[in-house]
Ligand binder design. Structure first.
Ligand code: FE2
Length: 385
């Protein structure tokens, strides 16, 4: 299939890369830096390391440490205010997807008028803000590389995407050592986010030779190393493979987007506060089963990537890939949907409508609409192991 290459975020990937942040910000010509992060990252001492590195290059700094999971829009507006008050000409976002997404949207709102929620409209013009360095501490979102960010519209209980040149990072500083402090549960959840990105990219209607190479490598690494990283967090080889899988999946996303597994996952986060990676692990097996009837060749390839038998009968393809993915889900002790006490079947109609209004329906290789989403929610809720 035809594809177009795009200018991507430069990547600096190495154990110890965090120490280069001062040098990199100085190379951008920065004088005053806004560090965007959360309380946990502060406690881990990583922001102190950044401050040391910035001070070594004589750079001023101010810290915004209020980032929350599923970041609400007002946080972005507060961070942008802080950046403007301090004349920040560089932003450093460090943490998981939420911190990096807030940093990316802060870059946007430092130079653009209005409220961040207005920029969920892809037609809205985006001016390019200060330089942005993103430093992931989990291996999952790939947000350090993608041209998108998620924001929560608290009033309407919805997670929305802002995408475009205004939320693109100018440098991804990827240091696999930073993930070594991640607890096993978070390792499993964020790792499944990375794997879900790679798999959904591989199955995307816009998948192409370039995205396939990146996604395939990310799937191989995740299938082999997610459980290793989960069981042995200090294993640098496993951490490096997962960090690279996350980055490669982030790169591929810029070529071909995702499919409706993420449409199904977002309402689970918005309505029930199920962490994003956990929600992806719940929905991925079922979206793959749903599309299997129209993606025979790719599903067989995927079965092989998950170490299954690709020569199963055509009618068994969906069930086979679903079970292989769930094998991996349960091997890292991630929960199934019915185990969440706050999940109620009567909510599913609303969830299905929200999923249908989300981004990735048109990239899904099989036509999908609200009744299909409803059926899928019911199916994953009734599923037992
Ligand atoms: Fe994701």
């Amino acid at each position: 299939m035809e594809f177009v290459t795009k200018v991507m975020t430069p990547i600096d990937f190495a154990p110890g890369a965090l120490d280069k942040v001062g040098e990199k910000a100085a190379a951008f010509g920065a004088t005053s830096v806004l560090i965007v992060s959360d309380e946990m990252i502060i406690k881990l001492g990583l922001v102190d390391k950044i401050i040391d590195s910035l001070e070594n290059f004589g750079l001023e700094y101010v810290v915004f440490d209020k980032v929350l999971p599923d970041p609400p829009s007002y946080l972005v507006m507060e961070a942008a205010e802080l950046a403007k008050e301090n004349d920040c000409d560089c932003i450093v976002g460090i943490g998981g997807g939420s911190s990096m997404d807030v940093a990316k949207m802060t870059k946007l709102m430092t130079v653009n008028e209005g409220n961040i929620l207005e920029y969920c409209d892809p037609q809205k013009k985006q001016l390019i803000g200060p330089k942005l360095i993103c430093i992931p501490t989990t291996s999952g979102t790939g947000s350090e590389i993608t041209g998108g960010a998620m924001v929560t519209d608290v009033e309407n209980d919805r997670k929305l995407a802002v995408s475009g040149v205004g939320v693109l990072s100018d440098l991804a500083l990827i240091d696999p050592e930073l993930a070594m402090g991640m607890p096993p549960k978070l390792t499993a959840a964020t790792g499944f986010d990375a794997l879900s990105h790679a798999v959904e990219e591989y199955m995307s209607a816009f998948a192409n030779g370039m995205s396939d190479v990146l996604a395939e490598k990310a799937i191989r690494s995740s299938v082999k190393y997610l459980k290793v990283a989960y069981e042995d967090g200090k294993n640098l080889e496993a951490r490096s493979e997962m960090a690279r899988a996350s980055a490669f999946a982030g790169l591929a996303m810029n070529y071909c987007g995702l499919i409706a597994g993420h449409n199904l996952a977002h309402p689970l986060g918005a309505h029930y506060h199920i962490p994003h990676g956990v929600a992806c692990a719940i929905t991925l097996p079922f979206i793959l089963e749903f599309i299997a009837p129209v993606t025979e060749r790719k599903t067989r390839e995927l079965i092989e990537l998950f170490n299954g038998d690709p020569n199963v009968e055509k009618e068994k393809l969906g069930e086979t890939i679903r079970e292989l993915v769930i094998d991996l889900v349960v091997s890292v002790d991630l929960p199934l949907l019915h185990t969440f006490e706050n999940v109620k079947e009567e909510d599913f109609e609303q969830l299905a409508k929200d999923a249908n209004a989300d981004l990735y329906g048109f990239l899904t290789p099989r036509t999908i609409s609200t009744p299909d989403y409803l059926e899928l929610y019911k199916k994953m809720y009734l599923y037992r192991r």
